[in-house]
Design a binder for this molecule. Structure first.
Ligand SMILES: [Zn+2]
Length: 120
């Protein structure tokens, strides 16, 4: 599934958070350290850039924060995941949740037909 042409937006302020290639979010660690992460919009591609360059610990749970409204994007029903809206056109949007745990490569798209899983 090629998702490049879709928009990913904040569920709180509806700000679109991606360009053609990357989704930009703020990261926050338990230590209080903050950074910016740029994740590929291609599902199954788990490469990312992080500024500043950071090695996350394996299994570390990272907070993802909207760079526009600074709300924590933690998924209400799935605390170890972060939630974004994916707008697919015609005023239809799906929820996308992805793992907040470093090294755990799981993304789910929740559609009216059920849940599609992506993992890399
Ligand atoms: Zn926001």
């Amino acid at each position: 599934m090629e998702l490049k042409n879709f928009s990913f937006s904040c569920p709180f302020c509806n700000q679109i958070l991606n360009n053609n290639e990357e989704i930009e979010l703020v990261t926050r660690r338990d230590s209080g350290a903050e950074g910016r992460i740029f994740m590929s919009v291609t599902f199954g591609n788990y490469t990312y850039r992080h500024i500043p360059e950071t090695e996350f610990e394996l299994k570390e749970i990272v907070d993802f924060v909207c760079p526009n409204c600074m709300e924590d994007l933690k998924a209400p029903n799935h605390p170890n995941f972060a939630l974004l809206n994916m707008d697919v056109g015609n005023e239809i949007s799906f929820e996308v949740i992805f793992s907040r745990e470093s090294g755990k490569r799981k993304t789910y798209v929740i559609t009216e037909d059920g849940i599609e899983t992506y993992q890399g």
